[in-house]
Design a protein around this ligand. Structure first.
Ligand SMILES: [Ca+2]
Ligand SMILES: [Ca+2]
Ligand SMILES: [Ca+2]
Length: 280
């Protein structure tokens, strides 16, 4: 009963706090790509959501490849161990899914100008090392990719009619427990999510989506990535190829544009991100 009470409280706070934080939908000029990662405004350019030290969910819209805002769109988000934004419902606007510290998965649908929910989506009986929310199947609905903390295997849980995932998932890779960060987004631009990860030696890797699993990984960065507090992949530039965003040890947020087969010169998106509990 305590759990239910706590969740209800969060919903109430989120609803109240969402009021001044209306997210303007771009009329009928819909340009987002269904299933995309972190495009909260639905305009085809990924945005940033952050959970600050007080557990507030803050929305930073991408306005011309820089971040503006933030607007507070929720409260009580410090309870999540893993949380990601991806278009689960397939309407072009990113929804949010999170796994709390007890292993429970929740779905927050993006509804109009705020997040609804949370909708209970089940429980992971084994510890999760990494969670990604991205369109693995290429059908315009984000799916779940979950790296098991125990055996390091990566599992794909398909999105079936936007309902809670079922079963044990399909194994699509191995060796992911040792990665410091693991995310998924469409790096190759073919409509199927790929995986990006960083290791403790400071390397950044791209794991291409290939058939029913992941192909041989390719290095797309080296030196210093082990010090990053957060690493995320999302199409920040709106060209259909995922870019990389990261918060370094000094709390600066950087945008690394996808360029050719690697990353171009990084650009600053601001400072003061060091105290954040999560970004998505
Ligand atoms: Ca956007
Ligand atoms: Ca899908
Ligand atoms: Ca791809």
């Amino acid at each position: 009963m305590f759990r239910r009470t706590r969740i209800a409280l969060i919903v109430t706070l989120a609803a109240i706090l969402a009021a001044p934080a209306a997210v303007a939908h771009a009329g009928s000029a819909f340009a987002g790509r269904p299933g995309a990662v972190s495009d909260f405004s639905g305009d085809g350019f990924a945005d940033v959501l952050g959970i600050d030290a007080a557990g507030r969910l803050l929305y930073y819209p991408n306005n011309g490849l820089r971040l503006t805002g933030p607007s507070q769109i929720g409260d009580g988000w410090s309870r999540f161990r893993h949380v990601k934004a991806g278009d689960w419902s397939g309407d072009g606007f990113a929804d949010v899914l999170g796994i709390d510290t007890d292993g429970y998965l929740f779905y927050y649908p993006h509804n109009g100008n705020r997040l609804d929910g949370p909708i209970p989506f089940g429980h992971f009986s084994r510890a999760t090392r990494h969670l990604a929310v991205a369109d693995w199947s290429g059908d315009g609905h984000a799916d779940l990719l979950v790296a098991d903390a125990t055996n390091g295997d990566l599992y794909y849980f398909p999105n079936q009619n936007n309902q809670a995932p079922t079963g044990t998932g399909q194994r699509i890779g191995a060796g992911f427990a040792s990665l410091q960060h693991m995310v998924a987004a469409d790096w190759s631009g073919d409509g199927f999510a790929d995986v990006i990860g960083s290791d403790s030696s400071g390397n950044l890797w791209y794991y291409p989506h290939q058939g029913s699993g992941l192909g041989a990984r390719q290095q797309i960065g080296s030196g210093g990535w082990q010090n990053f507090r957060f690493i995320r992949a999302m199409d920040f530039s709106g060209d259909g190829f995922a870019d990389v965003l990261g918060v370094d040890s000094g709390g600066s947020l950087w945008y690394y544009p996808h360029q050719g087969s690697g990353l171009g010169a990084r650009q600053s998106l601001g400072s003061g991100w060091g105290g954040f509990l999560n970004i998505l």
